[in-house]
Write a protein that binds this ligand. Structure first.
Ligand SMILES: NC(=O)c1ccc[n+]([C@@H]2O[C@H](COP(=O)([O-])OP(=O)(O)OC[C@H]3O[C@@H](n4cnc5c(N)ncnc54)[C@H](O)[C@@H]3O)[C@@H](O)[C@H]2O)c1
Length: 326
């Protein structure tokens, strides 16, 4: 299939492009490089620097490319994703994440592209009442980032109904790890994700890390989350794309591992390789004690389960950071 990947120079988008190309698909990446890196784009993909909030430039790219061969699918990764930034600057998040999706959908409608894969997030579940989220769990985001994703999900639903489109909305949990080639991984200034922060500390790139809260109602007092390897997430997109396009159907699917690990578990796993200089601090506002995905639907509908476990996630990120020294 011919696939347009918006946000394909970013962390999850670039890994998905690698999986798509491995599976023999033709890929065109559109990215404004606000957080993405051009070097992360697979050499066999075409690349355009462009912004999905700009109808005219996106329309031109799609028009030019469609002359060669029409697109079958669009995959969306082009979002702003930093929760505290979304609290400080909600306008930026609504503009980029919601207006961006609306503009993208308008361009898709104009060009008759019927299939969209959308990267959503566990943040749509908010505090996740009992800690285990199924796709039917209540959606109640607690920050503008999560809200913009939920609004976009709903907008995609209405566009699909109005224009006969198919969608696959994936709600990811904690994504981590790096590609087996070690060419791509999570590279960014001011990383806040727990896995890279722990590994940067282990490698001496950071002096020390703080664990936020040790008095949660969990088995060891630290927060429990569902960690999933980025290449497992990426592969699910290849399956999701085929499923909706061939069956003319729409889905909402969690991508997680069905099990939780605490912050202490992450530190212990990294400490199998290097010691981690850490201290315990106060809780952060808005951090639920436990958030785990039920991945039953992903298994039933796509036949997808994660192939990599926590030790694979840690080892791949560790090797990636050793190589890139970041
Ligand atoms: N990283 C996670 O743990 C995680 C968890 C849940 C959901 N997600 C979702 O996955 C998606 C990708 O996240 P990521 O971690 O790869 O982030 P990222 O910042 O690495 O990637 C986003 C990419 O989109 C590009 N981009 C942003 N706005 C754009 C615009 N208006 N036009 C064109 N390009 C634009 C950026 O330059 C970047 O390359 C997001 O939609 C995010 O909500 C991520």
């Amino acid at each position: 299939m011919k696939v347009c990947v918006v946000g394909g120079a970013g962390y999850i988008g670039s890994h998905t492009v690698y999986e798509l190309i491995d599976a023999g698909h033709e890929v065109v990446v559109v990215d404004n490089l606000s957080t993405g890196l051009k070097d992360a784009v697979h050499k066999d993909a075409s690349f355009y620097e462009g912004d999905i909030t700009d109808f005219a430039s996106l329309d031109k790219i799609i028009t030019d490319e469609s002359r060669k061969k029409p697109f079958d699918v669009v995959m969306h990764f082009a979002a702003k994703i930093v929760v505290p930034e979304s609290v400080k600057n909600p306008s930026l998040y609504y503009y980029n994440n919601v207006e961006g999706v609306r503009t993208l959908l308008d361009v898709m409608v104009k060009h008759g592209i019927k299939n969209i894969i959308f990267s959503s997030t566990a943040a749509v579940y908010g505090e996740g009442k009992d800690g285990i989220c199924t796709e039917e769990s209540e959606t109640k985001p607690i920050n503008p980032y999560g809200e913009t994703k939920l609004v976009s999900e709903k907008m995609i639903g209405w566009f699909a109904q109005a224009y006969g489109m198919n969608y696959c909305i994936f709600r990811y949990f904690n994504v981590a790890g790096a590609h087996k080639s070690l060419e791509i991984g999570l590279l960014r200034d001011h990383l806040t994700h727990i896995v890279p922060v722990t590994i940067q500390t282990a490698l001496g790139i950071r002096e020390k890390m703080t664990v936020f809260g040790s008095d949660y109602d969990t088995y060891d007092g630290t927060c429990v989350r569902d960690y999933i390897h980025v290449s497992d997430i990426a592969y699910a997109h290849v399956l999701g794309m085929k499923h909706i396009a061939l069956n003319n159907i729409s889905e909402i699917i969690n991508l997680g591992s069905n099990q939780g690990f605490s912050v202490k578990d992450i530190i212990s796993e990294v400490e199998k390789h290097h010691p981690v200089n850490h201290e315990y601090g106060a809780r952060r506002e808005g951090d639920p004690a436990k958030l785990i995905a039920s991945n039953k639907r992903a298994k039933e509908i796509l036949g997808w389960t994660p192939k990599r476990d926590l030790s694979d996630i840690i080892l791949s990120d560790l090797e990636f950071r050793k190589r890139h020294k970041k």
